[in-house]
Design a protein around this ligand. Structure first.
Ligand code: DX5
Ligand code: ZN
Length: 224
């Protein structure tokens, strides 16, 4: 599977957003991770459709939307209209998860399901074949800059094994406390898309993105 970097816009400098998006795109980021928070499902409030609509013209990166919101069905069309490529909803926030996944695909987007750290991957058992992405949260969602939770590694391995057992190859994305150093362990465990906020947007953005690309290359060379 191709290793991909999805910088989290949550950590960007909103006073220089267009420039920062250009910087991550030029440096080789693969997706823009768009962390939507409603202050209910998670303690913080971040941003939503108006911001996505306004930045859409400034970057060609696919928008990888992470809805950390209650009852996300209410906003699927709005985020599609704002330019979303994929929508990831939290299993813990959906009463009818299979219906939500189906609706995301009907709207022409790539469906994903996110699991909070304490949520067992078995909740995906019946929907995994219909997913393009599984997001394993490696922090408790709501804030950037938190410490990676170590048991996330075992969870990634479990999700990858579940996917292999049902013959599907969803992206396995990991989000929270990731850097160019610990990403090697995550790739070994079976993840292939990496959300990074602090470790990309703090300091030299181009160098930070390059550090991930170098880590991906080292892993690919090792796997040959
Ligand atoms: C949920 C958010 C954060 C963020 C990553 O809290 O999804 O995990 O994107 O932030 P860093 O990379 O700073 O841990
Ligand atoms: Zn996220």
């Amino acid at each position: 599977m191709r290793m991909e970097l999805a910088p989290s816009m949550l950590a960007a400098d909103f006073g220089h957003l267009a420039e920062q998006l250009q910087a991550i795109e030029e440096a080789g980021a693969d997706r823009l991770h768009f962390d939507v928070m409603d202050g209910m499902f998670v303690p913080s409030i971040s941003f939503g459709m108006p911001v996505m609509t306004s930045i859409r013209p400034y970057t060609k990166l696919p928008f990888d939307v992470h809805l950390m919101i209650e009852d996300p069905d209410r906003y699927l069309e709005d985020f599609r209209d704002a330019g979303a490529y994929g929508i990831t909803v939290h299993a813990e926030a959906c009463t009818h998860l299979h219906r939500t996944i189906t609706r995301i695909r009907e709207l022409g987007m790539h469906p994903g399901v996110a699991l909070n750290p304490a949520t067992d991957p078995s909740v995906l058992r019946y929907v995994l074949p219909e997913l393009d992405l599984v997001l394993v949260m490696s922090v408790n969602p709501g804030f950037g800059g938190q410490k990676f939770i170590p048991f996330s590694l075992e969870k990634i391995r479990t999700v990858r094994a579940m996917a292999e057992a049902c013959g599907s190859t969803p992206d396995i994305e990991v989000d929270g406390g990731i850097n160019a150093q610990n990403v090697q362990l995550l790739m070994d465990a079976g993840a292939n898309v990496f959300v990074a906020g602090t470790s990309v947007f703090r300091g030299d953005i181009a160098a930070n993105v390059q550090a991930f690309r170098t880590a991906f290359q080292i892993w690919n060379d090792k796997e040959k």
